[in-house]
Design a binder for this molecule. Structure first.
Ligand code: MG
Length: 172
């Protein structure tokens, strides 16, 4: 008899799990929220850090976002442990720009709030502000790997900003 696999949680449990996983990799939700403020301030001048943080938490409470985060962080961690088969091991550890699956996984997060999320993500991927740049640089240190993580946090920020853009449009 096969037993059903326990699904990844959704809602508050998913958010808490994502938060713990991110913290273990040195990323705090407030840092992601700071990028959301930076993205949306030109359009919503009175946007504060609390509303941005609330939006980040809402994005992280979605099961598909949680799944993407767990997958990417697991692969980064396995690469640091030298536990992946080649050529994946070297590709991830050296953050090969032609790999591209890190961005594809991130786009599954961005997708949730439509095309505003896409353009936000493209901007963050290029400019790498704040915690995105820090995580990217830290991932290039010897034995460290943040190949998936930098794209995933940029995607969470992009999605949270798009979510705010939609919410403000609806209430205007
Ligand atoms: Mg990457």
């Amino acid at each position: 008899m096969s037993t059903a696999a326990a699904p990844t949680p959704a809602g508050d449990e998913a958010r808490a799990l994502c938060e713990r996983q991110l913290q273990a990799r040195g990323v705090h939700l407030e840092e992601i929220a700071a990028i959301v403020v930076r993205l949306q301030r030109p359009y919503i001048p009175n946007l504060g850090p609390e509303e941005a943080l609330e939006s980040v938490e809402a994005v992280l409470s979605k099961r598909e976002v949680c799944n993407a985060l767990l997958t990417g962080i697991a692969l980064d961690t396995l690469a640091e442990q030298g536990a992946l088969p080649e050529p994946l091991q070297s590709t991830l550890l050296h953050d090969d720009p032609l790999y591209g699956i890190d961005e594809i996984l991130a786009l599954s997060v961005v997708n949730i709030y439509g095309s505003i999320g896409f353009t936000n993500f493209g901007y963050l991927d290029k400019v790498k502000p704040g915690v995105v740049g820090r995580v990217d640089r830290r991932g290039h240190a010897s034995g460290r790997c943040n190949t998936f993580l930098d794209d995933l946090i940029a995607a969470v920020a992009a999605a949270a900003a798009a979510r705010i853009a939609h919410a403000h449009r609806d209430t205007r």
